[in-house]
Ligand binder design. Structure first.
Ligand SMILES: NC(=O)c1ccc[n+]([C@@H]2O[C@H](COP(=O)([O-])OP(=O)(O)OC[C@H]3O[C@@H](n4cnc5c(N)ncnc54)[C@H](O)[C@@H]3O)[C@@H](O)[C@H]2O)c1
Length: 251
């Protein structure tokens, strides 16, 4: 168990990039964080950085596409910590294939990770959050859910389709899990991470110029919004989709 009254969170894709920054932002707010990812070594480094904030961390090497694994890991977290206040569904995979070249297996795997993975973990935590009478689920979308993939992005149409699905999942769960659980989504624009550094490199100047706030985003730009959605009280937002893109897609 964590200290009585301590809040806890699960963050997927926490080994690096945006997920890591979110885990650290939640740790800074005093939440114990369970870190889920396929990359075990980097997970251990995130866990050490979380613990440096004086809060507990658990590392969970798991594929979010695995339905039963999500249920088993959530049961283990509840066994260890007693409650789950926040779930951040953030892990996702690239889908660089174009429509004429993608295979059925590639399409299915993208859906299994980027969309079903978020369902798997949301369904697994929901009973505990409903029983607690409160909880927050934050899903990572993408502005490409609204716009389709931009030319500098490494992913193409199939990724945009999964992210559009994430927004529908968010709105549907927000209705089903109300009033106890608030479910919101964040749509990052261009955010410089380990994953995007290479594909963005030739476009950095153009990205800056086409962004009203004059720079490319950082993982911390997303983490600050995730921490708000995870911890702000009172909370009268649910089913919302927040674009965090420096104004690049104002319409
Ligand atoms: N970086 C951007 O510009 C950008 C823009 C829009 C949306 N996003 C979204 O933000 C989130 C984080 O992106 P990022 O740039 O930090 O990516 P990233 O690749 O750096 O991090 C994603 C993490 O998820 C993990 N992961 C992938 N598949 C997994 C699986 N099946 N099970 C468990 N873990 C898995 C990876 O190992 C990785 O550590 C993703 O949902 C992404 O789609 C990012």
């Amino acid at each position: 168990m964590t200290e009585p009254g301590s809040r806890t969170a699960i963050v997927s894709g926490a080994a690096r990039g945006i997920g890591r920054a979110i885990a650290l932002a939640l740790a800074e707010k005093g939440l114990a964080v369970a870190l889920v990812d396929l990359r075990e070594q980097e997970l251990a480094a995130t866990a050490a950085a979380v613990r440096a904030h004086g809060v507990p961390a658990l590392t969970i090497a798991a594929d979010i596409a695995d339905y039963q694994a999500a249920r088993d890991h959530v049961a283990a977290i509840l066994g260890a910590w007693g409650r789950i206040d926040v779930l951040v569904n953030n892990a996702a995979m690239l889908q660089p294939q174009r429509v004429l070249e993608i295979t059925e297996a590639e399409w299915d795997r993208g859906m299994a990770v980027n969309l079903k993975g978020y369902f798997n973990w949301s369904q697994a935590v929901a009973p505990a959050m409903l029983a607690q009478g409160e909880g927050r689920i934050i899903n990572m979308g993408s502005v490409s859910a609204h716009t389709g993939p931009s030319p500098h992005a490494a992913s193409r149409f199939a990724y945009s389709a999964t992210k559009a699905g994430v927004l529908g999942l968010t709105r549907g769960l927000a209705r089903e899990l109300a009033p106890q659980v608030c479910v919101n989504a964040i749509c990052p624009g261009a955010i410089l991470t380990e994953r995007t550094a290479e594909s963005f490199a030739p476009h950095l100047e153009r990205l800056r110029q086409s962004t009203p706030l004059g720079r490319v985003g950082t993982p911390e730009d997303i983490a600050v919004v995730a921490a708000f959605l995870a911890t702000a009280t009172p909370m009268f937002m649910t089913g919302e989709v927040i674009d965090v893109d420096g104004g690049a897609n104002i319409n």
